[in-house]
Write a protein that binds this ligand. Structure first.
Ligand SMILES: Nc1nc2c(ncn2[C@@H]2O[C@H](COP(=O)(O)OP(=O)(O)OP(=O)(O)O)[C@@H](O)[C@H]2O)c(=O)[nH]1
Ligand SMILES: [Zn+2]
Length: 195
């Protein structure tokens, strides 16, 4: 089953992560018994489980569940898909937008499934490059379209709140397969997403 709801996580896993957060908060010198913090380890554990629920979800199943035979063979674009992920180096958020295009090859896919695939891969410990490639490969291998393109633009909190402390830098990653390797097709896509 592709969508694991929040309530389905085992209490055992939540308890383990809760315990670890309790230690972290204590090691930060805070009092885990004060009113505002009593439930924080458990809240943080559940939040972290939510933000990493993509490990338990199957993006191929999501796509295969909504593929329809159709002879449309022009470019389909879903742009401005908001995404929130966690950088695997600092476990801090990076967030932004994904733009996805594909050219069907006998099958179209339910539009909502493309953002769902983004979420499955985003809700893991990630780097933006791998996130981009995983989305690209998954759509390419499952839908087998004539071409697929993915562009991700994201801001990394680890570069904003700490470290180099750059508030306005945006990282862009992209990947192109099949027809999108042709410059004119790629340019049409980039123009349609406003790049
Ligand atoms: N390529 C790539 N790098 C990332 C991503 N998210 C975070 N990073 C980088 O991962 C790197 C880790 O570098 P380190 O030198 O080991 O860590 P650090 O000392 O905390 O580095 P600073 O952030 O420069 O303070 C940093 O340069 C981060 O900017 C990502 O999605 N892709
Ligand atoms: Zn980072």
């Amino acid at each position: 089953m592709p969508y694991k709801s929040f309530e389905e996580y085992s209490d055992e896993t939540t308890d383990g992560i809760t315990n670890q957060y309790k230690h972290i908060i204590e090691d930060l010198g805070e009092d885990t018994q004060r009113e505002g913090l009593v439930k924080t380890p458990e809240r943080a554990a559940k939040a972290m489980q939510f933000l990493t629920q993509g490990y338990d979800q199957d993006p191929v199943e999501i796509l295969k569940g909504a593929m329809f035979e159709e002879s449309y063979n022009e470019m389909v674009i879903v742009k401005d898909i908001e995404l929130y992920s966690l950088c695997e180096h600092h476990i801090l958020p990076f967030f932004g937008k994904a733009h996805i295009a594909y050219i069907p090859n006998g099958h179209i896919v339910g539009l909502s499934k493309l953002p769902r695939v983004v979420d499955v891969f985003a809700r893991r410990l990630q780097v933006q490059e791998r996130l981009t490639k995983q989305i690209l490969d998954c759509i390419n291998d499952t839908l087998k379209p004539q071409g697929v393109a993915v562009v991700i633009e994201a801001s990394h909190m680890c570069m904003m709140m700490r470290g180099v402390q750059k508030q306005n830098s945006v990282t862009t990653t992209s990947g192109f397969r099949g027809q999108f390797q042709k410059i004119e097709t790629r340019n049409e896509f980039l123009k349609l997403i406003g790049k």
